[in-house]
Design a protein around this ligand. Structure first.
Ligand SMILES: Nc1nc2c(c(=O)[nH]1)N[C@H]1C(S)=C(S)[C@@H](COP(=O)(O)O)O[C@H]1N2
Ligand SMILES: [Mo]
Length: 248
């Protein structure tokens, strides 16, 4: 994309070229998946983060980008869906959707932020608190962290046990009053509401209690283990030198 710095000046008109570029940015992000933005110029990231044109509202999906790191969106019927809880627990379990729904339900409304700069305001999620599932499984004393696995076969995430027990960390099956769509990681995904979107593993298939924290998918490429929104730019950096703009 060819965008000059002048295009980003405060109050500068945003031309058609920039509009098309932004739409292109969204498409590229979907194709690449994840919080990748190292290939983008600072100007592109600034545009995406501050959206001076308001065009993100015009991108289909109400501001959402649909991400996958595998090149395709996996599919699983509600009937076939299972969530395993294992590793260092007293009572390993395999939950189908009705078993999951039998836990006390809770709702949470939060802005969703991807570390690349796009956000979706006031997303309404519902599901069960991860802490409720951990209590039911009986976490053994040797566990210090939780690993999450996706049935896409590639994505993983992790949290410390203390992070995992927060009330704003949930296993969700409902988004804005509807079952979570396939593109959004349905039937069930993780929601780590206080952290950037990459922590919220889509197509969740397994919760494993582990003795030691394991890096998740994007963490292997330099993203922060602690992706707190507003306190971290989500980027730890690597030897090649990553970006350090704070998008939020
Ligand atoms: N399995 C899986 N989970 C994932 C991702 C992914 O590519 N695969 N992308 C992450 C990133 S970077 C973000 S911002 C959110 C995006 O959620 P959405 O695709 O529902 O918009 O999902 C996160 N969870
Ligand atoms: Mo992201």
């Amino acid at each position: 994309m060819d965008v000059t710095p002048a295009d980003t000046g405060a109050g500068a008109p945003v031309g058609r070229r920039v509009f098309l570029g932004l739409v292109g940015f969204g498409a590229a992000a979907v194709a690449l998946g994840g919080p990748l933005s190292r290939g983008l110029s600072t100007v592109q990231r600034t545009l995406a983060a501050h959206d001076p044109s308001g065009v993100s509202a015009l991108i289909p999906g109400g501001g959402w980008r649909y991400y996958t790191v595998t090149g395709s969106f996996p599919s699983m019927s509600d009937e076939a869906y299972r969530l395993r809880i294992g590793g260092l627990v007293g009572t390993p379990a395999t939950l189908d959707l009705p078993a999951l729904a039998s836990h006390p339900r809770t709702e949470l409304v939060r802005d969703f932020h991807c570390v690349t700069g796009w956000s979706v305001p006031k997303v309404r999620w519902s599901g069960v608190r991860l802490s409720a599932l951990l209590d039911a499984a009986g976490v053994l004393p040797a566990a210090t962290a939780v690993q999450f696995r996706s049935f896409d076969g590639a994505y993983t995430e992790s949290l410390t046990l203390a992070q995992a027990r927060r009330p704003d960390v949930m296993i969700v099956d409902t988004l804005d009053g509807k079952p979570i769509s396939r593109a959004h990681g349905g039937p069930v995904r993780l929601l780590v509401a206080p952290m950037y979107g990459y922590k919220s593993c889509k197509w969740l298939s397994e919760i494993r209690l582990v003795p030691k924290l394991k890096q998740g998918y994007w963490e292997q490429f330099g993203y922060a283990q602690n992706g707190w929104i507003g306190h971290s730019n989500g980027w730890v950096g690597d030897s090649k030198g990553g970006w350090s703009d704070a998008p939020g």
